[in-house]
Design a protein around this ligand. Structure first.
Ligand code: 6PG
Length: 627
């Protein structure tokens, strides 16, 4: 089957010029729709009267018959105003591959151009009536007539003949890096950036022009052209801000897509939104894959960790692309695999970020304790850099060493940075989810709240003045700190993976913890030696980390150091939320009898909430007021 290309638009936009030029470039024969009008229509138009729907019916059917005949042979390019949706339906009836090319121009420009064309001047009132009749087509390839005929026809030829393999919407930092990553790996891509104001026009085109690797890529400002340029089933990745923007883009895309097309959301979306979108699009026969992507700008460019979930059928189509652009693990396998149903990919990305918050905070606390010992940032870097040669190594540790060595003139840059940390919400979501599921992910939530505390700068300054607590030099040696840090990290990872495990049970996601650890061994922000070791330990035992023999042995021998670091922080009035919480959590979890019997009794006392006993089965209530 050959293509039928219908060049449409109001009179005077240059349909014949474009059709003829396109025909020259493609060898597909050109037909001017006007030549197919019956005599009666021609006479009516000559007398200056506009045609009505009834007059047009037979003419449109004749053009449709022409298209049907020609799709079997060499195809056809037909110039026809096709102003109404219903006309376009008649034109494309039983035609397999029809492209409408809509030429768009404003009234003044068209009038001006028509005046200059000999013998082709149309009274403005007739042109106005054409504009009134025009129902803008949704799926048509649309071009402004301010472009040259060469540019328009070149683009039509490219879109129709050279479809790309993958589409990307949203050219922010991550979208740009992922686009380059796809192109660097030899994939042909289409890129689109939504523009709300004029400044953002041409973002995609300018970006394409920056890198030679985009030679075969296509860049668009028009969404319909972008969608049409992609091979079916279309694979379109959204790299837009989480929340409403994702829904807006989906709604814009929906009328342009066909059954079986795939939308991938690569942003940090909330997992419940992802589930809603998977269900919503499923009803429309469109696949939706929510994919957590970690690695920041550099990772997205050179190989991120990718956590896709949702339609498994769609994932099979995506795997060759996503697994190629992802980072590779130590065995050369891509750090990307199908995570599970609905929003599970975004869920684990959310917990990834929760673990990330705590890993960052623990390192900030290491830095703070050493700074309190009056060490310079450079000395601190020297003290912790050797850890990178041990099982403690991680991406976040490495960047912390580099940060500590960064100077600005004679000063350490870190000393110039304000102590107020922002966040984009994923740590908050992790804490909320942990609370909802009843999982004490307390090291993660302490890291989140430490960021919140940091934002109260003015209050902290005032309170520091009011209380004047003496800050002394914390007493500890570097090895004790190293051991305490080792234990605190194990507890952080234990909490994060326990949360994932609980969510997996609650939603029947059947998540594979070892595989999750594997795709987090490279590309992502929390890649580390510890993560490597979890890949194997979760294969040997599905038990939570604190129950695994390696963790038991390590914590038994190192716990004292965690206690000593916490003691040093308490003695010196140094705030150390995550180390403190790691110790408290550990102490709680290894305590057979907690004080919760008192809580039970209190609840029963004031609210008759009842309680359970250790010596009898059942539920009990005591009348506490009877002596
Ligand atoms: C990643 C990061 C990335 C980003 C977070 C941080 O895995 O690549 O987690 O997603 O850094 O959005 O979020 P905050 O701004 O909340 O720290």
């Amino acid at each position: 089957m050959k293509n039928i290309i219908i060049i449409m638009g109001v009179s005077g936009v240059g349909k014949t010029t474009i059709g003829t030029l396109l025909s020259k470039k493609t060898g597909i024969p050109f037909f001017d729709g006007d030549d197919f009008h019956p005599e009666a229509n021609k006479q009516k138009m000559a007398s200056g009267e506009a045609l009505n729907d009834h007059d047009r019916q037979g003419w449109l059917e004749a053009l449709n018959a022409l298209a049907i005949r020609h799709q079997k042979s060499e195809g056809a390019i037909i110039a026809c105003s096709a102003l109404k949706e219903n006309y376009r339906q008649i034109l494309s009836r039983e035609v397999r591959s029809t492209y409408f090319v809509h030429l768009k121009g404003d009234f003044e420009l068209i009038t001006e151009r028509m005046k200059q064309r000999k013998g082709h001047f149309m009274p403005p009132v007739l042109l106005i009536s054409q504009f009134d009749t025009l129902e803008n087509p949704i799926k048509a390839l649309t071009f402004s007539i301010t472009m040259t005929p060469e540019e328009i026809t070149d683009q039509v030829v490219r879109i129709v003949n050279h479809k790309t393999e993958f589409g990307l919407i949203g050219l922010g930092v991550m979208g740009k890096s992922l686009s380059r990553n796809l192109a660097n790996n030899g994939f042909t891509i289409s890129m689109y950036n939504r523009h709300v104001d004029e400044k953002e026009v041409n973002v995609a085109k300018n970006f394409k022009a920056e890198f030679p690797v985009f030679k075969n890529a296509m860049a668009f400002d028009d969404l319909a052209n972008f969608v049409t340029s992609i091979q079916r089933p279309r694979k379109i990745m959204l790299m837009v801000n989480a929340g409403k923007p994702v829904d807006y883009v989906i709604e814009d895309l929906l009328p342009l897509l066909d059954r079986g097309d795939i939308i991938i959301d690569g942003g940090n979306s909330h997992f419940e939104d992802t589930k809603r979108r998977v269900d919503h699009l499923n009803k429309k026969a469109i696949h939706f894959v929510g994919a957590g992507v970690s690695g920041g700008e550099e990772g997205a460019l050179k190989g991120p960790s990718i956590m896709p979930s949702g339609s498994e059928e769609a994932y099979k189509v995506l795997a060759p692309y996503l697994e190629t652009i992802a980072a590779t693990d130590k065995n050369g396998k891509g750090c990307c695999s199908y995570v599970g149903p609905d929003g599970s990919g975004h869920y684990i990305k959310m917990v990834h970020n929760g673990i990330e918050y705590a890993e960052m905070q623990l390192l900030a606390e290491v830095y703070q304790l050493l700074r309190m010992q009056e060490k310079t940032p450079f000395e601190i870097a020297d003290l912790i850099e050797p850890w990178t040669k041990t099982a403690l190594n991680s991406f976040l540790l490495e960047i912390t060493v580099n940060i500590l060595r960064k100077k600005e003139g004679k000063d350490w840059l870190i000393d110039k940075i304000l102590d107020q940390a922002g966040n984009k919400g994923t740590g908050n979501w992790t804490t909320v989810s942990a609370a909802n599921l009843g999982i004490p992910a307390t090291v993660i939530s302490s890291a989140l709240f430490a960021r919140y505390v940091s934002t109260f700068k003015e209050a902290r300054i005032e309170l520091a003045g009011l209380y004047q607590f003496e800050k002394t030099i914390p007493q500890f040696d570097i090895n004790t700190l190293k051991e305490a840090y080792t234990v605190a990290r194990i507890i952080n990872h234990h909490q994060g993976f326990s949360l994932i495990n609980e969510a997996s049970k609650k939603h029947a996601w059947n998540l594979n913890l070892s595989e999750i650890a594997r795709i987090w061994t490279n590309g992502c922000i929390i890649r580390s030696e510890l993560m490597e070791s979890l890949v194997d330990s979760f294969t040997i035992s599905e038990k939570e980390i604190l129950f695994q023999p390696t963790a038991v042995n390590q914590i038994k021998s190192l716990k004292k150091s965690l206690k000593n670091i916490v003691l040093a922080s308490v003695e010196s009035n140094t705030p150390l939320p995550c180390f403190n919480e790691a110790l408290t959590y550990l102490n709680s979890m290894v305590t057979k009898n907690l004080s919760a019997n008192m809580i039970q009794a209190q609840r029963d006392y004031f609210g008759a909430h009842t309680y359970k006993r250790i010596d009898q089965e059942g539920t009990f209530h005591t009348d506490w007021f009877v002596k």
